[in-house]
Design a protein around this ligand. Sequence first.
Ligand code: CP
Length: 333
Amino acid sequence: MKNFISTKDWTKNELQDILDHAKDLKVNKFQNTLKNKSVALLFFNPSMRTRTSFELGIQELGGYAVVLHPGKDAWPIEFKPNAIMDEDSEEHIIEVAKVLSEYCDLIAIRAFPKFINLEEDLTDHVINSFAKYASVPVVNMETITHPCQELAHILTMQEKLGDLKGKDYLLTWTYHPKPLNTAVANSSLMIASKFGMNVKLLCPTEDYILHESYINEAQHNCDQNNTSFEITHDIDYGYANANIVYAKSWGSLKYYGKPEEEKIIRDKFKHFIVDKRKMDMTNNALFSHCLPLRRNIKATDEVMDSDSCVAIQEAGNRIHVQKSLLTKLLKDK
Ligand code: CP
C-alpha cells in the first residue's frame, strides 16, 4: 500500500504513468474504477479547486466522497502522542485514522502549516500521523507541499511544450499582502527539477529562500539530470530566456511566526508582480499560478488574460490527475 504525501517518494516514471493515464481520463471521463469505493476528504483549511476537483472526480469514477472539516462539522482532533486531552480536542488521531479506515478506502488531507514553529511544521505531522495510524492510502491535498498541484502543473506543461527536458523554468516569488504557505513553491522546485528542467528560483532576498530540504532536493534532482539549479535575486536575470514562469508568494522563513515584522520587509517587494515587461524578457514563456490569485497584486490583468497564461488549464487538469492517482492507489492497495 502506497501513500501520496510527497512526490519525493515517487519516481519520475511512476509519476509519468499517472500523467499518461490522466490524459486518457481527460478523453474518457466516466469510469467505474472507484465503484463501491469511498474516500474521506478532510479539510483543516479552506479550498475551492481541491475540494471541487476531488469530490467531482471521485463521483465521475463511480465512487463516493465524504467531506469533513475537523473542528467544524467533525470533532477537533488531538495529534500529540500520550496527550492528556483536557483542552479542546475531543478525540485522538489514533481513533480518527482507524475509524475512517474502517469506513473508507482512502483518506485525503489538507492541513496547512500553522506558521508558528517552523521545525514543527517541517515534520508535516498531521498528514504523517494519518499515514501512521490509517490502514488505507493517504493522499496530500496540500500541507507543506502540494503534490496534486505538481501533477496538474506538469501535465499542463507537457500538453503545451511536449518533452520538458532542458526547458528553462523560473519559479518567481511574487507579492501578496500576507505571508503564505511555501507548499506550492516547495513543490514547484521538486517537480520541475525531477522532470529535467533547468530551474531558477527568483526571490527578493536571502530571507525568502525556501527551506534547505527543498533546495537540496531540487539541486540533487538537477545533478541527476545534468541540468542547472540557480537562486537569484535579480529580476531581469531570473526572467531572461525562461520557457516557463511559475509565480507564487510565500512567507519568509527568517520571520516565521512574526507576520507583523515580516510585513515591513515584504511591502518593499511589490515590484515582484508578474507583468508584461518581465514576461517580454522570457523566451515567449508560458505563465502559470496554482490559484487563487489576487489580480494586479501577484500578476497583472494583462498577464492573466494573455494567451501565455495557462493557470485555468492547470486548474482544470487537477481533476484528471487526481482521478488517475486515486485509481492507481486503489488498484495497488
Ligand atoms: N490550487 C489550489 O489548491 O486551490 P484551492 O486552495 O482552491 O483548493
